[in-house]
Design a protein around this ligand. Structure first.
Ligand code: ADP
Ligand code: MG
Length: 603
């Protein structure tokens, strides 16, 4: 036999065109050829299991080897091999028609870049790096003759008889000029690590097996211990701290999905957590861009997903519309919610310790996915300034007796910057009000979200009103001032502090509250947070200054006959109030400091 022929493809010179298209993704040739070797090996094992093949299949290996002199990469397997007829059918026709189809479909689109990585090009990918490809193969079938196929990157091929002892296939790539980099050991080793690390058949490169054919996610969860999961995490992300917990996925109906998802310790550097989920199809690495497959709020998770049911050769929009992808997405969200519930119920203390690292995921999940909210609302935690944790329900119970207003609304008080708002928090404490800490990025939305979701509940920043007005209980505090005195007081302050952002009012407050309290109304504060993303308000906002009618300073001010002294007292009372709000800046800050020093001297 010595056959020459023409491969029937619709487009002449399809090779250079495809090569140009695929240039940026050249490296996937290795993934494709090694996966074919894996397929062939597994087919032979199956035939042996069925009794159709009688040879030994226990130690079948794949070998990848480089020959710098001959300028070749060879991928050898001990799998089913091919007869001459099979080569004609599967290589000349199937593989090539797949490539033609690919070209037809994507020739005119400008999205090739993102599609190519997802497209299983198959055997044809060999031509992305080689200008000549040889196949030397011997079928497992009794008395099969070994054959040798050669193709030089045109539509012509040559097929001859040859001698080969062992059953299996060698694919020899004669590297093209622009693909010489693939002769470097390190380059091939890193590609094998990237694409073939978890392939199910042992791969020998440079005398060593370079893959783990039985990765953790393919094993039964019941056979695994915590240490196995932690070790696997280290294998995937050698430099990361241990994860908080993990979920082993294992479904075969209505879609096929295995994998392990880890909750990492979140650091503030979110970038670091992006694209850490690897998507596999039957242990072949496909991509680490898993948008749409994983709910967006879980994109910071780490780990591995393996599913043959995710279509890989389609655009993003059709991926989103795919029913399996939707189901998988929903399933993952549900599994995460189940896991949280399990942790919460099994060991509340451990759960509370992990909460701050998970809060961002969970809150974000609650905002974006109503089902997730319904599942997790029972174990989302609120933390107060005393670092106690409560579920939403527990917290409402706790504050009900003391923080219900005259209209039977529950008022939740919160601090966005507890260190800086200590003055306000202490005022609340004096009245036995509890204060939540809501100081994380997601909390700006969480405040609005809680109000929407909880019935008859309002949230107010601790510094949104003088403490006596935070929760309107319809109890009035006695005011010792006459109306005339109040007017005088107000005008004294307005003159001493000529700032148009400030509105002055006089209110009866307990004598031990500050002489002046500066507040930013809740509405203005939320608008500010939404538009600026900053939790602490600034002096450019409309400020409310409340003069405490019952403070001893008032009498001192009213009785003084010296205008200069009155002005100074009012100014300083205002500056103290600014200080409490962390708004004392610029020249006012300097004046305040100077006054303090003067006072030290005068003492
Ligand atoms: P796919 O793997 O998706 O079927 P490919 O283009 O990769 O498409 O391969 C085409 C066909 O060629 C395979 O289905 C298989 O029948 C045959 N083939 C390719 N490589 C090998 C191999 N190493 N051993 C045996 N058969 C092979
Ligand atoms: Mg293939």
């Amino acid at each position: 036999m010595n056959e020459k022929g023409t491969i029937s493809v619709h487009t002449e010179n399809i090779f250079p065109i495809i090569k140009r298209f695929l240039y940026s993704d050249q490296e996937v040739f290795l993934r494709e050829l090694v996966s074919n070797a894996v397929d062939a090996t597994q087919k032979l094992k199956q035939l042996a299991a069925m009794g159709t093949y009688e040879g030994d299949t226990d130690r079948l290996q794949i070998r990848v080897s480089l020959d710098a002199q001959k300028n070749t990469i060879t991928i050898s397997d001990q799998g089913v091999g091919m007869t001459a007829d099979e080569i004609k059918k599967y290589i000349n026709q199937v593989a090539f028609s797949g490539a033609t189809e690919f070209l037809e479909q994507y020739k005119d689109q400008d999205q090739q870049q993102q599609l190519i990585g997802f497209f299983g090009l198959g055997f044809y990918a060999a031509f992305m790096v080689a200008d000549k490809v040889e196949i030397i193969t011997k079928s497992y079938q009794k008395d099969a003759e070994a054959v040798h196929w050669t193709c030089e990157g045109t539509t012509q091929f040559e097929l001859t008889k040859t001698v080969k002892k062992e059953v299996g296939t060698d694919v020899v790539l004669h590297l093209a000029e622009d693909a010489k980099e693939f002769l470097q050991k390190d380059r091939i080793k890193s590609l094998l690590d990237k694409y073939c690390k978890f392939l199910p058949v042992a791969i020998d490169f440079d005398g060593k097996v370079v893959n783990n054919p039985h990765p953790l996610w393919t094993k039964a969860p019941s056979t695994l211990e915590d240490k196995d999961y932690l070790d696997f995490y280290k294998e995937l992300y050698p430099f990361s701290p241990d994860p908080l917990f993990w979920i082993h996925l294992n479904v075969d109906y209505p879609f096929n999905l295995t994998g392990v998802l880890y909750f990492p310790k979140i650091t503030n550097n979110f970038e670091q957590h992006q694209n850490k989920i690897q998507l596999y199809a039957k242990q072949v690495f496909i991509t680490n861009e898993v948008q749409d497959v994983v709910p967006e709020f879980l994109m910071l998770l780490h780990g591995v997903l393996d599913s043959p049911d995710i279509p890989l050769n389609v655009s993003r929009s059709s991926l989103q519309a795919d029913s399996n992808v939707k189901k998988i997405n929903t399933y993952i969200a549900k599994k995460v919610a189940d896991k949280l519930e399990e942790l919460f119920k099994q060991d509340r203390k451990a759960y509370e310790e992990k909460w701050s690292s998970m809060a961002l995921f969970v809150k974000y999940g609650m905002f974006t996915d109503d089902k997730f909210f319904e599942k997790t609302k029972g174990f989302a935690l609120l933390r107060n300034t005393a670092e106690q944790n409560f579920t939403l329900e527990e917290y409402q119970e706790k504050i009900k007796p003391n923080q219900t207003d005259k209209d039977q609304n529950l008022v939740i008080l919160y601090a966005t910057a507890p260190e800086k708002q200590d003055q306000y928090i202490q005022s609340c404490k004096k009245r036995s009000y509890d204060v939540l800490v809501l100081n994380e990025p997601a909390d700006q939305h969480f405040v609005n979200f809680l109000e929407q979701k909880l019935d008859k509940v309002t949230l107010k920043g601790v510094d949104s009103a003088p403490v006596g007005q935070l929760i309107d209980k319809d109890e009035s505090q006695e005011n010792v001032l006459t109306e005339e005195e109040q007017k005088k007081l107000q005008s004294l302050y307005t003159q001493a502090v000529p700032d148009k952002h400030v509105t002055w009012t006089v209110a009866a407050m307990p004598a031990d509250e500050m002489p002046v309290t500066i507040t930013v109304p809740e509405f203005a504060k939320r608008m500010h947070m939404m538009t600026s993303g900053v939790t602490m308000p600034s002096t450019s906002l409309a400020l409310q200054a409340t003069i405490n009618a019952n403070h001893p300073l008032v009498q001192k001010l009213l009785r003084s006959k010296k205008e200069e002294k009155q002005r100074k007292l009012a100014q300083q009372a205002y500056q103290v109030a600014l200080l409490a709000q962390d708004m004392l800046n610029g020249s006012e800050r300097t004046t305040f400091i100077q006054n303090q020093i003067d006072m030290l001297i005068a003492l």
